[in-house]
Design a protein around this ligand. Structure first.
Ligand code: GLU
Ligand code: ZN
Length: 280
């Protein structure tokens, strides 16, 4: 099995990332992918910190390090293909337009899907002629999505039909105006290119899976198996976030934890131990 660990270099890695890396490394030959399409928030020093943390944890990877910022041509090619098939439309709505249209009286309250408010379809009629426009958001016309099926090794079989996709997810953004791609498109293109056959990641991303399976189908890419693992939480049951620098791997290291001690605690339970008193 080929798996991957795909952190974004936008802050320090925390215990949740360590757990994601452990799961990826335990289930196959882990590939490393730096998800840095957000050029504003990604920093080379955070990428270096990821490499340092992995070295400290003793978790290695196979193959070359893949950086999404080096893969923009591949995302453009995938977008061209979807565009040429008439499956994308340019969208010039801002958040306020979308909310206003989505909560129009006849539509009821705006429906929230995994990619935000389900798009009310405002720009669907925009021209799809000519070459793919740049500098504008591109949405996938959800009417092109058929029946979806995938398998999750922890959550079991997944299915969604086209009608449910349209109602609950809608016309997702596949190219953001500012990024020229999106998380969903980049992940799908790269998982296929890196030959990933088991996608391991946190269960917070499970709801993105139908979007990914839809894109795989439309791009003619294989559907990998999935394993959405449980999330590491703090003592109060909240999932860890990058803003909680207190729970970064770096701060455990500074407090005298060894990687072995920390990983042993994580295997026992996905509750982050108190950082400041290292009990080993
Ligand atoms: N880059 C994402 C993160 O740092 C992970 C995306 C994925 O595994 O599909 O949370
Ligand atoms: Zn629009």
């Amino acid at each position: 099995m080929r798996t991957r660990f795909a952190p974004s270099p936008t802050g320090p890695l925390h215990l949740g990332h360590a757990w994601a890396a452990v799961v990826a490394a335990e289930h196959g030959a882990m590939q490393l992918r730096i998800e840095d399409i957000d050029r504003q928030r990604s920093k080379p020093e955070w990428e270096q910190a990821i490499l340092d943390d992995l070295a400290w944890l003793g978790i290695g990877w196979y193959g070359p390090l893949v950086r999404q910022s080096d893969r923009m041509d591949a995302y453009a090619a995938a977008l061209d293909r979807l565009w040429a098939a008439g499956l994308l439309f340019p969208c010039t709505c801002n958040r306020r337009d979308i909310l206003a249209a989505a909560s129009a009286p006849q539509e009821g309250a705006p429906l929230l899907g995994p990619d935000g408010v389900v798009y009310p379809g405002t720009c669907r009629g925009a021209s799809r002629e000519g070459s793919r426009p740049e500098g504008v958001a591109l949405r996938l016309d959800a009417r092109a999505v058929g029946n979806l099926a995938w398998h999750d090794e922890r959550l079991g079989p997944g299915r969604m039909d086209g009608a449910a996709f349209r109602a609950g997810i809608g016309d997702v953004v596949v190219a953001r105006r500012d990024f020229g791609t999106s998380y969903h498109l980049a992940v799908v293109v790269d998982d296929a290119w890196q030959g990933i056959d088991l996608v391991t990641r946190g269960e917070d991303l499970a709801e993105a899976t139908p979007i990914h399976v839809a894109l795989q189908g439309l791009l003619g890419l294989p559907v990998p198996r999935y394993l959405h693992h449980d999330l590491v939480r703090d003592g109060a049951g909240r999932r860890l976030a990058k803003r909680d620098d207190a729970q970064s791997l770096e701060s455990y290291r500074a407090a005298g934890w060894t990687a072995e001690g920390l990983l042993a605690r994580l295997r026992e339970s996905r509750v982050a131990p108190e950082c400041d008193h290292a009990k080993q």
